[in-house]
Design a protein. Structure first.
Length: 377
């Protein structure tokens, strides 16, 4: 390396400098920086040293294994770091991998980032496959952006793909989210006009049920095939105990799980909607389930209690404390509960919670923060 200690010693009056072993490794191995970044204990992505030159399919299944289960802390950055690392090791990031990246980004509600990946792929002269088209449509449908959705639909047709069940599922999701019922009807008509007619996916049936205003309308659609997801959507539409019991009886008849987390959430939501808090607390005490959404409903029910005391305060605080990843609504509900309590102690706690939310980068509504400030005066 021309770095032997003898050549250096002439310039130094004291001991020659020791060259760190890392220095040599970095010169010899340009991948060292990449690997050290991923193997250091600081980052959550401990990446095993990937062999060089993985083909597209292998990269794509690696990403699904790594990110398929839960959303990473910094979704776009984490995915980008891993993909860049793989590219540095000469792995092939081709159409299959990009389709998986698009799918993941859209699932994480980052459709613009996904669109950017697709544009990059096209610039490199690769074809965009059918799965990537379906995923990107789904991504913009889930954020309710009709303008981008329509232009992407045109791009898909231009690329020579005819819309299949997944593309129509995305269209139904879009119009469910934008509240355009007439457009949902025309999507269904278009599906029927194909020869043979395009079938509804299970998710599409769920979106259709969710787009209804009440249970009668959902049942009159005659799309329900009594799968778990569809029955859970039906439960969310129930406005009285009798309707709920009818749907639960239907679920039992079709041997569905009436004790799942989602069923529990739907039942509790229905109780809160109709203001039946006695049934709500019964539901909560009967179940072992807890989730961010159930804790949010518990806080909502605490706010609705006619009188506030130490017991309801500890119940509300326990619900918040047991939430692994509280959302804006969970923070808001506990702050509203504190403000409704009207004691000096709870108003002080509300102010502390606002600061805590800010430290966690949770953007609370400005008017809520104002109310906390005014309550403290």
């Amino acid at each position: 390396h021309g770095m032997s200690s003898t050549s250096c010693s002439a310039h130094y009056d004291h001991d020659p400098p020791t060259v760190s072993p890392c220095f040599h490794i970095e010169i010899v191995c340009p991948f060292f920086q990449f690997t050290s970044k991923f193997t250091s204990n600081k980052t959550p992505h401990r990446m095993p040293l990937a062999p060089l030159r993985w083909p597209d399919g292998r990269v794509c299944s690696y990403l699904l294994d790594k990110f398929g289960k839960k959303i990473p802390e910094r979704p776009c950055d984490n995915l980008r770091e891993v993909v860049q690392g793989l590219e540095a090791r000469k792995c092939h990031v081709g159409p299959k991998t990009v389709a998986v990246m698009v799918k993941l980004l859209c699932r994480w509600k980052k459709p613009y980032e996904a669109l950017w990946q697709l544009k990059k792929l096209k610039r490199r002269g690769f074809p965009v496959n059918k799965n990537a088209h379906d995923s990107i449509l789904h991504g913009f449908a889930s954020v309710g952006n009709e303008e981008v959705f329509t232009s992407l639909w045109a791009v898909m047709l231009h690329d020579g793909f005819l819309p299949g069940p997944e593309a129509f599922e995305a269209a139904i999701l879009l119009y469910k989210n934008t509240g355009h019922k007439a457009k949902i009807t025309s999507v269904l008509d278009e599906m029927q006009s194909h020869d043979p007619p395009i079938p509804l996916t299970e998710s599409a049936r769920r979106y259709l049920i969710a787009s209804c205003t009440d249970l009668q309308e959902a049942l009159s659609l005659e799309v329900n095939t009594w799968t778990q997801g569809e029955a859970e959507e039906l439960l969310k539409l129930c406005t009285c105990k009798e309707q709920t019991e009818t749907v639960l009886a239907g679920m039992a008849h079709h041997q569905l799980d009436v004790c799942s987390l989602y069923v529990c959430e739907a039942l509790c939501q229905a109780c809160v909607n109709r203001g039946d808090f006695d049934s709500f607390w019964e539901c909560i005490h009967k179940t072992q389930h807890r989730s961010e959404y159930l804790n949010f409903l518990i806080l909502t029910a605490c706010i609705a209690l006619p009188k506030h005391n130490a017991k309801s305060l500890s119940l509300a605080e326990a619900a918040f404390a047991s939430t692994a990843d509280p959302k804006i609504r969970t923070y808001t509900a506990l702050i509203m509960y504190y403000l409704k309590h009207k004691s000096r102690r709870t108003i002080a706690r509300a102010a502390v919670l606002v600061k805590y939310a800010e430290s966690k980068n949770v953007r609370l509504p400005a008017e809520l923060k104002e109310r906390v400030v005014l309550a403290g005066i």
